[in-house]
Each structure stands twice: as C-alpha cells, then as structure tokens.
Design a protein around this ligand. Structure first.
Ligand code: NAD
Ligand code: WQD
Length: 357
C-alpha cells in the first residue's frame, strides 16, 4: 500500500543533509527508502530519525555505482516515483588527490542511477549540486550575491563532478519527455536538529568550518585555523552563506513538490539565505552559543578558496514557495547542543534527558 504522498528513494540518506531530508519527507507523509554504502555515515542516523518522528526509512546498504543493486531496489519497490540523490564524495581537498575516484563515484554513480530510473519508469530527480559550481563569481560584475544565471566555472575536481552531473541530467531530461529535475545548488549547510540528537557526524577529519569549530569547542581539537585575513571583507576573512540544515532539508521537499506538480523540466535553484557571514562572524556567533571564546590562529589562505559565496535565493523563494527561516544564532545553538551532547557523534547514545524530551 503506497504512502499518502508517494514513495521517494533517497541515495546517501544516512549522511548529514540526506538524513535531515529523510526526516522531513517522513514528517510530510512520504514513504522513504534510503540507500547508502555508509562510507561517510552511520546507520544510527536512522534510529535518531525514528526517535524524532516515530517513523523509519526502509534501508539498503548499497552502492550507487552498483547498477544491479539499484535495479533490484527499483523492481522491489514499484511505487517509487521520485529520487533525491545525495550520495557522493564531497571533500574538495581529497578530490585534488584522487580525482578519478571522485568522477567514478559522483558522475558514474549518477549515470547508473539515471539508467536504473529510466529502466523502471521513475522520472523525477532532485540532485544535490553545490554553490561550488560557480567557482569565483567575483570574475563577473554584478554577480555577488550569486544568482542562478551566473556562469558556472568550478575551480576543483569535486566542483567539476557537480558541474558534469548537472550537464548529464540536463541532457537526459532534454532528450526524454516526461522527465523533471531539480538541480539544487546548496550554499553552506550549518547546524543540527534542535532536539540535539541528530547532526553531522563525519567519519574522518572534517574539511568544513562548522564541524571543525564544534570539535574545538568540545576539546577534540586545540584551535581553529583561520584561512586568511586579507580578503576584501569587513574583517578580512572570507564570506559564506550559512543555511540551517533543517531549512535546507525543507527546500528538498519544496523542490520535489514542484517537480511532481508543475513538471518544470530541468531547472537550477540556489538554496541559501541571501545573507553573507565572515569566518570571524561565525567564530563570534558560535562562541556566543558555547558561552566562551574559542581559540583560533590566523594562517595563510586555503588554496582554491574564494572571497564571497552568497546566494541570491529569490528564484527558490518565488518558484518553490520556500524560504530559509532559521537564524545563524539558531544554527549555532543547535550545533552546540549536538556536539556538547554527542562529542563522539553517533558512536554513543545521547543523554537520556534529550531522549525523554
Ligand atoms: P555526507 O558525506 O554526510 O553524505 C553523503 C552520503 O553518501 C554519505 O552517507 C555516504 O556514506 C554516502 N555515499 C558516498 N558514496 C556512496 C556510494 N558510492 N554509494 C552510496 N552511498 C554513498 O555529505 P552531505 O554533507 O550530507 O552531502 C550530501 C550531498 O550534498 C553530497 O552530494 C554533497 O556533495 C552535496 N553538498 C554538500 C555540501 C556540504 O557542505 N555539506 C554543500 C553542497 C553540496
Ligand atoms: C567556509 C569558510 C574557509 C575551515 C565547501 C566546499 C563547497 C561546499 C561547502 C560541498 C571559508 C574558512 C574553513 C577552517 C577556515 N561543499 N575556514 N578554517 O569552502 O565555503 O565550501 O563546503 O559542496 O563545495 O568548497 O566551506 O566550511 O570549508 O569553509 O578559516 O579550518 O571557512 O576558508 O572561508 P567552503 P568551508
């Protein structure tokens, strides 16, 4: 018996953004099937989803590059009508060391997925793209903040996998009537679930600012390295558009509803707040949530970093009827609640007091 709203396959659904989106889908009345090879995540995220909403996704430990495994899942679940595709490798630094692996998993995995979808008559895909496809938008006059019409030009192999996938999906939709795709270009996801029992749990050394700041706050890391204070911003550090992960997850539901209802073909949408914050702004906001100053040292710029990645989110606001609603302060408070209560991430249970709440 299909769920009220329909059945959605979520690849990479035990990961950070995928798990929050699976939760929002269940809350919205969808049946959710997650596939993930657990390369950068843990099955425990599914228990936390169930603790929060009382429902649990169906789970397959499978690899998106495994065509046979994908085909079998689609055959076993003929009610699947849409896919949200998160599964990918996502470390910019690592992508410069093992680029072929990034192309194999990210581009190759998407091609396997599209082929399985086509073979099984599933024609809606929401794809996790990234603001990184824009590269350095300061190359263009009037393109900061960044609208979707800004020419794309990623500056690293990871970003190029996202650009290529966008092109593959666009070409496929163009040549196959009935297909619809949302290319969601996320800016910088931040925060955790307000309950304090779900959050980002990277398996290795984190690459991103907020998980690193979280580790400094709980003493897993001595101090934060601030990459450069010679940018043309109000305090010399680089500017990003940090969006609460719960808002980001809700953006996927809005995009999915758009595909199912209006059948727009292939379309890109920025998911951001439209508000830029510097590295020092973030250190200040997170220190406030923690209640003490966090140690940092200034080091030279990180290779490949750009001055400003801030979204113009108007297209998503107007066409998807979605808007980021949560503040940076909330994101910092929720992140702190998560890391304080779960310093080892999903490798430990959260305190009973949070489970009882
Ligand atoms: P994540 O690593 O937490 O989630 C990705 C998930 O995909 C993980 O659970 C991982 O185990 C899984 N996975 C990796 N390779 C797989 C494979 N071959 N088969 C099946 N599963 C596989 O990362 P995230 O931050 O949740 O990112 C989700 C998506 O959003 C990714 O596509 C990422 O590129 C994109 N994105 C992330 C950010 C960000 O800053 N976090 C920004 C823009 C875009
Ligand atoms: C944010 C700011 C750093 C770490 C990356 C990817 C992008 C997207 C999001 C997936 C920058 C500064 C960071 C540190 C620092 N991911 N920083 N010290 O680089 O904007 O984007 O993640 O698609 O593709 O490139 O995010 O969190 O790494 O950095 O000073 O230890 O924090 O220089 O200005 P970024 P980030």
């Amino acid at each position: 018996m299909p769920a009220k709203e329909g059945t959605v396959l979520v690849t990479g659904g035990t990961g950070y953004i995928g798990s929050f989106t699976a939760l929002e889908l269940l809350v919205a009345g969808y049946e959710v099937i997650v596939i993930d090879n657990l390369y950068n995540s843990s099955e425990e995220s599914l228990n936390r989803i169930e603790l929060i909403c009382g429902k649990r996704p169906i789970f397959y430990k499978a690899d998106v590059t495994d065509q046979e495994a994908l085909d079998k899942i689609f055959k076993d679940h003929p009610h699947i009508d849409s896919v949200i595709h998160f599964a990918a490798l996502k470390s910019v630094g690592e992508s410069t060391e093992i680029p072929v692996e990034y192309y194999r998993v990210n581009v190759g995995g998407t091609i396997s997925l599209l082929r399985s979808m086509e073979a099984n008559g599933v024609k809606n895909i929401v794809f996790s793209s990234s603001a990184t496809v824009y590269g350095d938008a300061t190359r263009y006059p009037n393109m900061i903040p960044i609208p979707e019409t800004c020419p794309i030009g990623p500056t690293n192999p990871y970003g190029r996998t996202k650009m290529m996938i966008e092109m593959v999906i666009e070409d496929h939709v163009e040549s196959h009537p009935g297909w619809n795709a949302a290319l969601l270009r996320y800016f910088n996801p931040a925060g955790a679930h307000p309950s304090g029992i779900m959050g980002e749990d990277p398996q290795g050394v984190p690459y991103n600012l907020l998980p690193l700041l979280g580790q400094v706050a709980v003493g897993r890391r001595e101090k934060l390295k601030v990459f450069g204070t010679d940018y043309a911003s109000h305090d010399g550090t680089a500017i990003r558009d940090y969006i609460h992960v719960v808002d980001l997850a809700k953006g996927h539901i809005a995009a999915l509803n758009k595909l199912r209802k209006d059948k727009p073909g292939c379309r890109a949408w920025n998911l951001g707040t439209g508000k830029g914050s510097t590295v020092f702004d973030m250190i200040k906001a997170f220190s406030k949530a923690v209640g003490r100053d966090l140690p940092y040292e200034v080091v030279p710029r990180r290779k490949g970093d750009v001055l400003d990645l801030t979204a113009v989110p108007t297209r998503a606001n107007e066409e998807l009827g979605w808007k980021a609603e949560m503040t940076l302060e909330q994101a910092c408070e929720d992140l702190w609640k998560w890391v304080f209560n779960n310093p080892q991430g999903y490798r430990q249970m959260p305190p009973q007091i949070l489970l009882d709440a």
